[in-house]
Design a protein around this ligand. Structure first.
Ligand SMILES: Nc1nc2c(c(=O)[nH]1)N[C@H]1C(S)=C(S)[C@@H](COP(=O)(O)OP(=O)(O)OC[C@H]3O[C@@H](n4cnc5c(=O)[nH]c(N)nc54)[C@H](O)[C@@H]3O)O[C@H]1N2
Ligand SMILES: Nc1nc2c(c(=O)[nH]1)N[C@H]1C(S)=C(S)[C@@H](COP(=O)(O)OP(=O)(O)OC[C@H]3O[C@@H](n4cnc5c(=O)[nH]c(N)nc54)[C@H](O)[C@@H]3O)O[C@H]1N2
Ligand code: SF4
Ligand SMILES: [Mo]
Length: 729
């Protein structure tokens, strides 16, 4: 019998609607859901391939242990948990909790039950050495939000479906589908802006797929964004186009901010940004004159020099132009499932409450920057990291100077990975604990609602039933938590109660926590039967979820600050402005070349490369080089180049194109799969090289210490050998 299951895709924030046909617990087809009220039939190639992960013969089905010969052998779940628990407890007892580091990757952000249980696991473990993908894409945004609004997870979201002027800096939503901006079918939304007479402006060192859909594209030197955005605000001040009422009503610290901004005239910032002063002034005029306008910065500005300042400057620009908290501007979601409440409850709301041992980099929202991992493992002394737990992450390919981490992991005492595959990182693990693929679990986006102006809470059932011996991510994390003496909620008295209840057959399920978060959230029923608010039962009763209506204008209702104001002039930001000012006049080396990244529609960070449909066709791991730089280095199209940074020299295939600006080269991240030849047959046949072999773990952003993955100084010359396919270790 064929059954149909509706479900939103959990591979990225867009959450497109998919329709699955299932026969005898086998997925026989995946189609776009034309009836989904939000995505209306839009999906991307990754979503269409989501079931291929489920069917992939290379995906791990059973826990495995690495033998002395480097090969992996099946073990039972019981053996695996007992061994993992014993080793982690032993290392913690001998060297303290910080000796066990934890890295959690991007897919967990789309998995509510895993993220809830990760919190309990971290609680039970008690290590301050925790880090993850968030410290490579969003920590600067979290830091800016923490200081501006008092909460890391209060983020303004561009109201692109109502704006008339979209200034998009350092994001490529036509490919990424939008980050910290839930917008199903971004391309349609961009087209609609232009159709209603509005304008789309893209500021990017590459003429991107999004730029091709825009009215105007402006090249900017990597790392120039904070200066550019501050110059935009200064241009508004010069032109007398500041919305003083909005600033006065909403914020404190404007006078100090304005005083600091004087150094950032469009003329003075020109050298750092590469954006002509006349262009900056014209864009500022257009931004002020448009009926509705919004500025938006994302990952290209975040994993970059001055990333926190750029996120901050973006909000200052919106505020100063009267575009913050208004329709068609940058608005604040008040989600049914409220991430800002989650971080408050979990005591995650903060910055710089502790620092890493070796380099003294600060935590942001409880996470340390991922670039600390290798040095914390290598550097002897009190607090040295001896064990690592990874969950849904691949830091060897996704964090800077990946080869150093690769070498460090060879020597680590003990490592456990919760992952679907044996990959460049998990191949170092003593134990790999594979969850069932997410389609065998229920689904509700835990964090996307916090960055979505369409305030929808949706819950989706599993598409297939998992096999009897499979476990979900949350169950694996719960078992590890229990091995460390903790329980599912992380609250001692509740967990004690749950243990008693378990004796009479009552079973904990993360849906209970989800229900609780919905009920105590901004739209919840507060457990009062007479209240109209939401709970999980109501959410479940409708296949497309509950629509809680449009975002409210204003910002006050989203602030954690008691004075009800946005705080503009926090000390770390003021220090960063001073630092950036010094940078404005720094001489740059002649012929400087900066490496940036690239995402493509058929890639998802470092994984999904084992799906044949997603790696078919032209080679994707190619270095884009401007004809000017190619000429200087004597490079020709389709020939290999020797690419060299402070940390690595390797051979990469070249494409000569004026899509990138002179002085900038672009290589996508997430490739470099040669080391997985025995374990991922498809990915290793399309190995490519890892961009993060070249990025530098010692160069970090100054406020939150995030990895600088874009704007890495490199040298180029003709290569003698063939592309080196990353013959790792
Ligand atoms: N140079 C450069 N580097 C970058 C970036 C860049 O722009 N340039 N971008 C950065 C960004 S934004 C990010 S988010 C990071 C991503 O970096 P990571 O989060 O470290 O890595 P991913 O490539 O997303 O790897 C996801 C891993 O999770 C596994 N996995 C997938 N689904 C599941 C699941 O449901 N459960 C479990 N347990 N495992 C699962 C996959 O097998 C894979 O091993 O990379 C960063 N690195
Ligand atoms: N297809 C696909 N979609 C994805 C992902 C994927 O791997 N593949 N990953 C997902 C994840 S984890 C994330 S975090 C989001 C990220 O989504 P986005 O925030 O849209 O990030 P990117 O697509 O990396 O685009 C960043 C842009 O910044 C540009 N850039 C680089 N350096 C600079 C700079 O200094 N200044 C400026 N102004 N621009 C710069 C790059 O050329 C690039 O066009 O995408 C998500 N969606
Ligand atoms: S854009 Fe693609 S990956 Fe993202 S939710 Fe939609 S179908 Fe899934
Ligand atoms: Mo990301």
């Amino acid at each position: 019998m064929t059954t149909t299951v509706l479900r939103s895709c959990n591979l990225c924030e867009a959450g497109c609607g998919l329709t699955f046909e299932v026969e005898d617990n086998r997925i026989v087809s995946v189609q776009p859901d034309e009836h989904d009220p939000y995505s209306r039939g839009y999906v991307c190639p990754k979503g269409m391939a989501i079931a291929d992960i489920h069917h992939d013969p290379d995906r791990l089905r059973r826990p495995v242990r690495r033998g002395a010969d480097g090969r992996f052998h099946d073990v039972s779940w019981e053996e695996a948990f007992t061994e993992a628990g014993a080793r982690l407890r032993e290392i913690r007892a001998r060297h303290g909790a910080d000796a066990v580091a934890v890295y959690f990757g991007n897919p967990l952000v789309h998995n509510y039950s895993a993220i809830i249980m990760l919190g309990s696991f971290l609680n039970a473990l008690g290590s301050r050495n925790r880090t993850g993908a968030g410290s490579q894409d969003t920590s600067p945004r979290f830091g800016a939000s923490y200081y501006l609004y008092g909460n890391t997870l209060v983020m303004p979201v561009p109201d692109i479906d109502r704006t008339d002027y979209f200034l998009c800096v350092g994001a490529n939503p036509a490919i990424s589908q939008g980050s910290a901006m839930v917008t199903p079918n971004v391309r349609a939304s961009l087209r609609a802006i232009r159709e209603r007479g509005g304008k789309v402006v893209i500021v990017d060192p590459r003429f991107t797929e999004t730029a091709k859909l825009a009215d105007e594209h402006v090249f900017i030197r990597p790392g120039g964004d904070a200066a550019f955005l501050l110059a935009m605000v200064q241009a508004l001040i010069d032109a007398g186009r500041i919305d003083r009422d909005a600033i006065q009503q909403m914020a404190t610290g404007w006078d100090e901010t304005a005083q600091r901004l004087r150094a950032f005239s469009p003329e003075r910032t020109e050298r750092l940004t590469g954006v002509a002063a006349s262009v900056t002034r014209r864009l500022a005029d257009e931004f002020a004159a448009a009926r509705r306008a919004v500025a938006y910065t994302r990952v290209g500005t975040c994993n970059n020099a001055f990333g926190t300042l750029a996120s901050w400057a973006n909000d200052v620009l919106n505020l100063a132009a009267g575009r913050l908290g208004v329709e068609g501007g940058a608005m604040f979601p008040e989600p049914g499932l409220d991430g800002s409440q989650f971080v408050r409850l979990g005591k995650m709301n903060g910055h710089d409450r502790w620092r890493s041992r070796v380099r003294g980099l600060p935590e942001t929202g409880c996470d340390l920057p991922a670039s600390i991992l290798a040095e914390e493992i290598e550097t002897p002394g009190n607090g040295q990291v001896r064990a690592l737990v990874t969950a849904a992450g691949n830091p060897v390919l996704s964090t800077p100077n990946g080869r150093r981490l690769d070498r460090a992991l060879e020597k680590i005492e003990f490592m456990v990975a919760v992952d679907l595959y044996i990959n460049e990182t998990t191949r170092h693990a003593d134990l790999i604990l594979p969850p069932c693929w997410s389609l065998a679990e229920d689904h509700s986006e835990p964090l996307a609602p916090s960055v979505s102006l369409r305030n929808v809470v949706r819950w989706c059932p599993p598409v297939v039933q998992r096999a009897a011996d499979e476990l979900a991510d949350w169950e694996i994390l719960l078992r590890l938590t229990q091995e460390l003496g903790g329980g599912p909620t992380g609250m001692k008295w509740v967990d004690r109660g749950l243990r008693v209840a378990a004796k009479v057959g009552w079973r904990y399920d993360p849906q209970q926590t989800l229900d609780m978060l919905l009920r105590i959230g901004p739209h919840g029923d507060r457990y009062l039967p007479w209240r109209r608010g939401i709970n999980l039962r109501k959410v479940k009763s409708s296949p497309y979820g509950v629509d809680l209506g449009p975002a409210r204008p204003g910002v006050r209702h989203r602030l954690d600050y008691k004075d009800g104001k946005i705080h503009l002039a926090a000390a770390p930001l003021i220090r960063a402005i001073a630092e950036l000012e010094r940078e404005l006049d720094r001489e740059r080396a002649d012929g400087e070349v900066l490496l940036i990244g690239r995402r493509e529609l058929r890639t998802n960070n470092s994984w999904m490369h084992n799906v044949p449909a997603l790696v078919a066709g032209r080679e994707r791991c190619v270095l884009y080089v401007n004809p000017y730089d190619a000429g200087r280095a004597g490079l020709r199209d389709s020939e290999p180049a020797q690419l060299e940074s402070r940390v690595h020299s390797g051979v990469v295939p070249v494409r000569v194109t004026d899509e990138v600006m002179p002085g900038v080269v672009s290589l996508p991240h997430g490739w470099g799969h040669a080391a997985c030849a025995g374990w991922q047959s498809v990915a290793s046949a399309h190995a490519g090289v890892s961009a993060n072999d070249f990025t530098d773990d010692q160069r970090v952003e100054s406020v939150v210490g995030q990895s600088i993955l874009n704007g890495v100084p490199v040298r180029l010359r003709r290569a003698e050998s063939k592309p080196d396919e990353n013959a790792a270790a």
